[in-house]
Design a protein around this ligand. Structure first.
Ligand code: ADP
Ligand code: MG
Length: 439
């Protein structure tokens, strides 16, 4: 239902206009204003769809009213149809259109022309309203989208800032990690060096200990021939005193001395042979190495009243380094001897057995000493661990290294009812260590 505002200073004109419009545009609503300012006021309040505006009015004329309505934000979109005075020149028409009017009707106004103009103006207004609505809608959409975008941008900025912070933290952490790595590498390097040095020292000590034991054993082996030599020399003296020193006597005594000296000398070469490092891995008889080791310590065991029982009827072949293996046996034997010596004076006994267990050959060395104190049982293979006043604590450690690292075997210690038993097992098959070595 169109809403039309008619502004004219003459009430008659207003009545005529209202009548025409109501007649030809049924349903339209017509309001009127009797002066320019009153018209502007009404236009502002009611926002009509069309304004019919008389030009000649006292006070504020139609041009001015038109100008003001077109300047006002609220009313500028309302189409204005100007109605002129009776004799109008083209100048007036131009002036009217310049002041913002949308159409210009000269008086006397013809009903049909007026109605057609109003209809056109209404269509225009309608189209403009639609356009404005679309524009508003678009603007709203753009505004909403802009707000959304701004939010997203803000969020992104926050995220970027957070990521940057996280990256900073990460890079600090990475730096810390790198320096920690350097520090650790340094520590490891130092630790490895220390261990290497300690190992060197250990090997050196183990050699010294082995030498010490060797000299001890030589001393025992020599005791008997030395005594015999002493006796022969004393006998020669006696024979000389009693005039019994014949050439024959001297010859026999000299031969006996030679034999004894020969025995002593071979003892030394036996030991040297025994302590020579193996150059290569080979398959060897466990029984042979056991008997070689026993021949070296026999005398010192006899001296300590310890009997050795050796059940080596059954033999096993082992792969590895025979001299190193015998050193292990010597370590076990001398530990057994020391344990027994500290424990009892008589019936010391060491039993040696050879067994085959699966694809392994095992040598068991059992003594009837005091056994290993249970609280140190898991420490005896540690380097430098010893319960003895003069102990070096490297015998079992080196033995373990030889058996486990060089021969791919294992060495274990247990207590029995009457002492300790050490079991050394190594593959009797094809195991071949990669490099020859010495310890
Ligand atoms: N047959 C044994 N009986 C009792 N204890 C033993 C025996 N063999 C080794 N041990 C214990 O193991 C320790 C370590 O032995 P070892 O490494 O040879 O060093 P060390 O003989 O210099 O003490 C010994 O001090 C001892 O306590
Ligand atoms: Mg020892």
């Amino acid at each position: 239902m169109p809403n039309i505002l008619a502004i004219d200073d003459k009430p008659d004109n207003l009545i005529t206009l209202s009548a025409i419009l109501k007649n030809f545009l049924p349903g339209s609503h017509v309001t009127t204003a009797i002066s320019g300012p009153a018209g502007i006021e009404k236009a502002r309040n009611e926002i009509p769809d069309v304004v019919l505006l008389d030009i000649r009015m006292p006070g504020m004329d139609g041009y001015e009213v038109c100008k003001r309505l077109k300047q006002d934000e609220h009313t500028r979109h309302i189409p204005i149809i100007m109605i002129s005075a009776i004799l109008t020149g083209s100048e007036d028409i131009i002036k009217g259109l310049d002041s913002g009017a949308d159409a210009y009707l000269p008086k006397p106004v013809e009903e049909h022309v007026l109605v057609a103009q109003v209809r056109t103006a209404l269509r225009m207004k309608n189209a403009e309203d639609n356009l404005r609505r679309q524009k508003n809608l678009l603007e709203r959409l753009v505004r909403e989208r802009t707000v959304e975008l701004e939010k997203t941008v803000l969020q992104l900025q926050v995220e970027i800032a957070e990521r940057k912070r996280a990256e900073d933290v990460l890079s600090v952490k990475q730096q810390e990690l790198e320096s920690l790595n350097h520090f650790l590498e340094d520590r490891i390097h130092k630790a490895v060096n220390e261990i290497r040095q300690k190992d060197q020292a250990l090997i050196q000590q183990s050699r010294m200990a082995a030498m010490g034991e060797m000299i001890g054993n030589i001393a025992h082996q020599w005791r008997q021939p030395l005594n015999a030599l002493g006796l022969i020399v004393a006998n020669i003296e006696d024979a000389f005193e009693f005039n019994e020193l014949t050439a024959e006597y001297l010859k026999k005594a000299s031969a006996d001395c030679q034999r004894l000296i020969q025995k002593m000398s071979s003892t030394i070469s036996d030991f040297f042979h025994f302590f020579r490092s193996d150059r290569t891995s080979s398959v060897f008889s466990a029984r042979r190495q056991i008997h070689e080791a026993l021949s070296l310590v026999e005398a010192s065991f006899n001296n300590s009243n310890i009997t050795i029982h050796c059940d080596t009827e059954h033999d096993v072949m082992l792969q590895g380094f025979p001299n190193e293996f015998s050193q292990v046996l010597l370590n076990l034997l001398s530990n057994a001897k020391e344990a027994i010596a500290a424990h009892r004076n008589t019936d010391g006994r060491v039993d040696i057995r050879i067994e085959t267990r699966g694809d392994q050959g095992c040598i068991l060395v059992e003594d009837n000493g005091p056994g290993i104190p249970p609280d140190v049982l898991d420490k005896i293979f540690d380097p430098y661990f010893s319960t003895k006043e003069q102990g070096t604590g490297i015998g079992l450690y080196m033995s373990k290294m030889i058996i486990e690292r060089h021969m791919n075997g294992n060495i274990m210690a247990h207590n029995t009812d009457s002492g300790a038993i050490f079991t050394v097992c190594a593959p009797s098959g094809d195991f071949k260590p990669k490099t020859p070595h010495t310890i």
